[in-house]
Design a protein around this ligand. Sequence first.
Ligand code: UDX
Length: 452
Amino acid sequence: MQVAIIGTGYVGLTTGVALAYLGHRVVGLDVDAAKVNRLQRGEIPIYEPHLAELLQLARKNLTFTTDYATAIAPAQVVFIAVGTPALPDGNPDLTYVRQAAQGVGWHLGQNFTVIVNKSTVPIGSGNWVETLIDEALKTRAHNAPPFAVASNPEFLREGSALHDTLYPDRVVLGTQAPQALELLHTLYQPILEQNFTPPSFLPRPAGLVAVPLITADLASAELIKYAANAFLALKISFINEMAQLAERVGADVTQIARGIGLDQRIGSQFLQAGIGWGGSCFGKDTAALIATARDYGLGMGIVQASRLVNAQQRQWVVDKLLQTLKILKGRRIGLLGLAFKPHTDDLRDAPALEIAQQLVERGVGVRVHDPVALPRAQREWQKLEIQYYDNVKTLAQDCDGLVLVTDWPEYRDVAWEELAPLMRHALLVDGRNFLDRERLRQAGFTYLGLGR
Ligand code: UDX
């Protein structure tokens, strides 16, 4: 099929590369000419495992352009996958969605086209996009071509975006137009029936033979996305609240997570207590859900509470340093991990930034390390007076404490035994309950987890 994808960010690029790999002809459209040039040369502007490799395999089916006419006119399916950053009031900024919808309206070809909202947009946006396209079409001289708008929310996680795209837990299609559903069904058929040859570096999970398809009305599909993210965020906040209590009563939250997670009604994922969630989705989407609900007079108490707990978790780390070191002014503290989670260089809503800011305000000399996100942090955090290290051992020299902020696997392999003697205080706050605390203690560290 002929596909256009507006927006070549995480979601757009991953979707485009995956669909091209599956045999569709895909045009990636972006207003950023420099980005389009890089993509045309096969360079990937983001850090995402396997994306460059899959792009190489899909090259013959994939082109990039800044020109709406080239991308939209021949397309049977147009994805809108542009950014929807949060406004101060919690509502998402829909400027880019509006521009994309108008661009589609001005350039639609004469055959039936389905326009798919893949960006996370507020409930009701499908109808709004339809109106925008309709209005743009009216400005055209010839007869308006037929089209339908659908919602196809995205559940991919950064760091495993391609895996989640090729092997999703489900595909959600929100539309009541039979023709749109038929086109999208054909588009996703290789994924739904898992009848493609997996790339060698992304093997199919054992036992996966088919992916469930959920068809829904537009509003329900839009709400599914918000509900999923709010629920995952809530799960993390729930275990974090338990961690606060566990620590006070002398229990271990990791044992509690195992003990409840094996109950199949609860499930063991997203019960890892620690510094709390970060990233581009959970904070933004829970805020948007609350903002939408407010319009209908609903308080969304559970979602609000989960945001509150999340904010407390970041503070908890600073409190632990304060309780142990008593005075923070003049100390040197090293933060290990800056990205909001491992396997990405994404710094959006990264807990490390807030912790670093708080420490700097308290007069701490902050040193930071990250296996991948260091260059990005140097660019994006210019205003923050912190020191960047590409070597953990050098960072630890003369430090009063270390905080593990991101659970990058490489931190397990640090030669902790060599680090402790170099430090002024061999203190380690493990913000992810990730390291082997017995080993750390044997290496001479005062090890503090969260909730254990
Ligand atoms: C999330 C959703 O998982 C995905 O479905 C949606 O499409 C986009 O938002 P992502 O933001 O990439 O994906 O990250 P995710 O893996 O969900 O982690 C979010 C945050 O929660 C990270 O900061 C992570 O460290 C934290 N987390 C996750 C925990 O603190 N504990 C856990 O048990 C799991």
